[in-house]
Design a protein around this ligand. Structure first.
Ligand SMILES: NC(=O)c1ccc[n+]([C@@H]2O[C@H](COP(=O)([O-])OP(=O)(O)OC[C@H]3O[C@@H](n4cnc5c(N)ncnc54)[C@H](OP(=O)(O)O)[C@@H]3O)[C@@H](O)[C@H]2O)c1
Length: 250
């Protein structure tokens, strides 16, 4: 029995990640801050035959994180998969350019996209250590790739927004640091790039589906023992070699 916790699993890529992990036989804990939305998502997947439980989890609330970790401990005694999926695009101050962005706006995005994954990971790390071979996946984004952002010929060159891209750059580096700390354990820690997906996150403008976005997340969450750790991996926007998925530049 594989126990998987997904944060922000009530909709979008998190929901599809939950669905795909359940299809692979995992018991999926639907982390959601809102009980109504969380239970509705849990019941929807249960109606499809999934083994799901709702876990109230606001990733910016220390008490909610501690209560979720306690509950998983008492109910299962361990955790096999953690997907730090919950994220926000954040507000735009003006046009979102660095010179018009306030530190408060930046802090707000970092609370959810950067500080929260650290808080959640640290809270459940003792449970992950009890699993035979736990997997941690941080749902990052190619817009956090410094190499891609700095490429004048690349699709991200026109972007000069401060909040969301920098939060995902931080999350990708956080992934690498955890992977290094845990490299002598069976735990693998990787960052996924879902690609640009049609979800509420972007007013449903993405050119991929949320289910497609969940694929690299699920791949990293179910890596075999000889799989990589400390990688930034997923959908490769504009890749010319025909390979849809692969490692992304930092
Ligand atoms: N969509 C894309 O094109 C894209 C591309 C690359 C990466 N991503 C990343 O993929 C992840 C999922 O995005 P999405 O597109 O699926 O967005 P979404 O449809 O807006 O879903 C975001 C989820 O995060 C939850 N969430 C936000 N703040 C939370 C908090 N404090 N505590 C708990 N849950 C919280 C939301 O819950 P509520 O329903 O309660 O708001 C929702 O369940 C994000 O990390 C995003 O950065 C998305």
């Amino acid at each position: 029995m594989t126990i998987a916790l997904i944060t922000g699993a009530n909709k979008g890529i998190g929901f599809e990640t939950a669905r795909q992990l359940a299809e692979r036989g995992a018991t999926v804990l639907i982390g959601a801050r809102d009980p109504h939305r969380g239970r509705a998502a849990t019941e929807k997947l249960a109606a499809e035959g999934a083994d799901t439980r709702f876990v109230q989890l606001d990733v910016t609330d220390a008490g909610s994180i501690a209560a979720a970790a306690d509950r998983i401990d008492s109910e299962f005694g361990r955790l096999d998969i953690l997907v730090n999926n919950a994220g926000i695009p954040g507000r735009l101050d003006g046009d979102g350019a660095p010179s018009s962005t306030s530190p408060d706006t930046l802090r707000e995005v970092f609370e959810t996209n950067v500080f929260a994954p650290v808080a959640v990971t640290n809270a459940v790390l003792p449970l992950l250590r009890r699993a035979d071979a736990a997997r941690i996946v941080n749902t990052s984004s190619e817009v956090g790739s410094m190499t891609m952002a700095a490429d004048p010929a690349g699709p991200l060159w026109p972007m000069a927004a401060l909040t969301y891209p920098t939060s995902k750059t931080a999350l990708t580096m956080i992934t690498l640091m955890y992977a290094k700390e845990l490299r002598d354990t069976a735990i693998k820690v990787n960052a996924a790039n879902p690609g640009y997906c049609a979800t509420d996150f972007n007013g449903n403008t993405g050119f991929r589906t949320a289910a497609q976005g969940a694929e690299p997340v699920v791949h990293l969450a179910t890596l075999p023992a000889d799989g990589p750790t400390g990688q930034f991996w997923g959908y490769r926007w504009g890749a010319e070699d025909g390979a849809e998925y692969g490692p992304l530049p930092w």
